[in-house]
Design a protein around this ligand. Structure first.
Ligand code: DGL
Length: 247
């Protein structure tokens, strides 16, 4: 399969990393809209417009599948992307809901959803989790994590003080949904902050779980053909990809 992976910026590379670890695809075309990141503070119509433009970009490649490696876009624009795409489009929110439900046995468990302002306002995770019987939910917009990761600051005093700002009234939850693909880069710091009992749900692992359920993968691709595109400064994106993915 030849797939497209779309994110507002570099965060979706965490999803690519999970896919590479599982050696699922022969060819991956990554597009990060680095000129217009962050999406998480934009309104619904703008997010939908940008997402449809990404589909137009992917039409150059005759893809078999588009993976939306951005929670913000997955929360708002999947239907519109599907309408304008010649191939199937899947998003990380549904996958994250399913992964959380698989990982957390007790329906009364306290689940904290972290995401951008747009993702949290959409209530996409809450709606999905409530429909599966989970009711002890709290959602927090933690948008400052996005520039932190874009600046490659993953731990230390700045991260700690932002955690204290957002989490000072939050009790250690049973599970946290990292509802933004930038957040796995600071997952170690989040885990240290809340303790190792807290289960972290990662969009990349969640989408791999969903893909392996929905498709039959007969071959492993150790060295897939990877191409990285960005709407601004593609060299910067390629440098981060090289660092994070060793590619
Ligand atoms: N990586 C995006 C997500 O998963 C968020 C970053 C942004 O605000 O553009 O929601």
């Amino acid at each position: 399969m030849k797939i497209g992976v779309f994110d507002s910026g570099i965060g979706g590379l965490t999803v690519v990393k999970s896919m590479l670890e599982h050696e699922l695809f022969e060819e991956i075309i990554y597009f990060g809209d680095t000129a217009r990141v962050p999406y998480g503070i934009k309104d619904k119509n703008t997010i939908i417009r940008y997402a449809i433009e990404a589909v137009e970009f992917f039409k150059n490649f005759e893809l078999d599948l588009i993976i939306v490696a951005c929670n913000t876009v997955s929360a708002y624009a999947l239907d519109e992307m599907r309408e304008s795409s010649p191939c199937p489009v899947i998003g990380v929110v549904e996958a994250g809901i399913q992964a959380a439900s698989n990982a957390v046995n007790d329906k009364d468990s306290n689940i904290l959803i972290l995401g951008t302002k747009a993702t949290v306002n959409s209530k996409a995770y809450e709606k999905g989790l409530k429909s599966l019987g989970f009711n002890n939910l709290e959602a927090k917009a933690t948008g400052l994590f996005v520039p932190l990761v874009e600046e490659e600051i993953y731990s230390g005093i700045v991260v700690e003080s932002i955690f204290n700002h957002y989490f000072k009234d939050v009790e250690s939850p049973d599970a946290i949904i990292l509802g933004c693909t930038h957040f796995p880069l600071i997952s170690e710091s989040i885990q240290n902050y809340f303790g190792k009992e807290t289960i972290l749900i990662h969009s990349g692992d969640a989408i791999v779980e969903q893909l392996e359920k929905e498709f039959t993968f007969t071959k492993k691709y150790k060295n897939p053909n990877l191409k990285f595109f960005a709407s601004e400064n593609p060299d910067a994106l390629k440098a981060v990809a090289k660092k994070w993915l060793n590619k």
